[in-house]
Design a protein around this ligand. Sequence first.
Ligand code: DUT
Ligand code: MG
Length: 604
Amino acid sequence: MSISASVLNFDLKKTAVSNRLKGLWRMMSGFRWHYLGATLSLGVAALAKTSTYLLLSYFVDHYFGNGTRPVALPLIALGFVGLAMVEGGFSFLSGRLTAQTAEGITRRLRNYLFDHIQHLTYTYHDKTQTGELIQRCTSDVDAVRRFFADQAIGVGRIILLFTINFVAILNLHPRLGLVSIIAVPFVVVTSAFFFRRVSKAYQAFQEQDAILTTTLQENLSGVRVVKAFARQAFEKEKFERENWEKFLRGKKLTRMHSLFWPASDILCGAQLMVGYIVGALMVIHGEITIGTFLAYLGLVGWIIWPMRNLGRLIVQTSTGMVSFGRVSDIIKQEREPLDEGETLPAADLRGELTFENVGFHYEEGSPVLQEISFHCRPGQAVALLGSTGSGKTTLVNLLPRFYEYTSGRILLDGVELKRYSRRYLRQQIGIVEQEPFLFSRTIKENITYGVGRDVPQAEIEAAAKAAAIHDVILAFPDGYDTLVGEKGVTLSGGQKQRVAIARTLLKNPRILILDDSTSSVDTETEAEIRDALDTLMRNRTTFIIAHRIQSIMNADLILVLDKGRVVQRGVHEELVAQDGIYRQIYEIQTRIEAELEKEITNAS
Ligand code: DUT
Ligand code: MG
């Protein structure tokens, strides 16, 4: 089934409403005609089935009952075959339409979720566990798919089958018709009773399932830590505990189901019995013919079937709705508006930055940055130095608007940062993150990731050379086409950092942020990178975070951060002359280096 672009682009945000049935109805947007087609096909199939029983009744009564035989036998036989073909054909059509539609809806939902999750804010991702997201995007989405494949069309099927066969029986004999629906109210009440319970049990089960997925996901990500601390037994116990809880909740859910089925079976069985007995008595008293009774036996089954399934449907719908609610929780999260704001100045950003009493907090009441003020001219290098947790990464994360500062203001080229769109800022700012992440793709793909277009090999290599990683890459069997990660080579921390530097350099940003980018390389490589960077930093505003004074002593402005405040500022010469943290760090580092050098000379 080809789905038009407009249907695929339907904004699923509209489905995140508090009324879940309404949300599910909106989820069907663009697919409702398919459902109507499927339902109509079902109707035709149901009519054909019912007609088969009526033909049977006609046949029996005329050939065996009164022997009038008004229609030739081959014609009747042809009728049976024709009806069977119509029924089969339309059943197939309906099944196919439903399956395709459900898959279509689910495909759209998955695509939407994937895109949506990418656009959620940093804050949301900070607070949400990956395992939880994965579980909602897989298991819960699948329950939603089942709803559309099964329960959504099921309602139509049940109503059709019930109505058509009920009317047919009423036509055979009104009293038979009434007798065959005695159990309906009981079935409805029983189903409603179980609906709430199953709903609750299923919600609890899915929540626990998410916990289990999170536990597993975390354990896999941290498997090296687990091994390093030999905590396998502890982790195993933790997993077993969560798994046991899932087992218990699963058992409870199954118990609900297993109580429901016999209950509805008893009701339906009783219904059949009453129908058969009343029917048989009516034959004995000559109120109906044998043919009518035979047709009734067939038709009544198709009244009981929808009744039983109504129960199942109601109960299963509860699970679909719970899962839909869990998916909706993600859908209703606000996206980070990438394009909101202006992209001024359209052409070239100079990269002049002014911080005026900037303050920031992740959590209300615990400020992470306070009264940060400084100014840097275009092309200058600003270095941030400070103990761990002092707020260096937080400060640079404000620039691409990953987080919004909570007080004061930041001016970029004289314009308040909040007026620029995030997309624009992120195009202009290149970050080499503290813990860079590389995709399981080739090295080349990783380096060109930020540009999103074909890049001449020479440019890629220039970036790699600047990041002092070119030679390392060439040493790999497939060079730039070497796969990184689980299926390919495993890079060392320093190599990863350098690939990440190359990735950012290739993007050629106006503002460059290097967050501790040389922390996992040796001093020699660091010097190599620094030389390369020196040329690259020319003409662009750069923020360098580093722990080695060596890496930052040439900066135009050095800010020393402590507990979120700037405690010292100036250039290297000024800061060493002052009594303060900077000089302490400098002295310690030079002493260590001097001692190391002495040892090396002594040894050789
Ligand atoms: N913090 C949060 N939430 C976050 C990130 C950090 O509450 O998502 C806190 C931790 C710390 C403070 O903010 O108390 C500053 O963290 P940051 O990562 O900015 O510190 P840093 O200077 O970059 O430390 P390091 O040198 O260890 O990278
Ligand atoms: Mg940091």
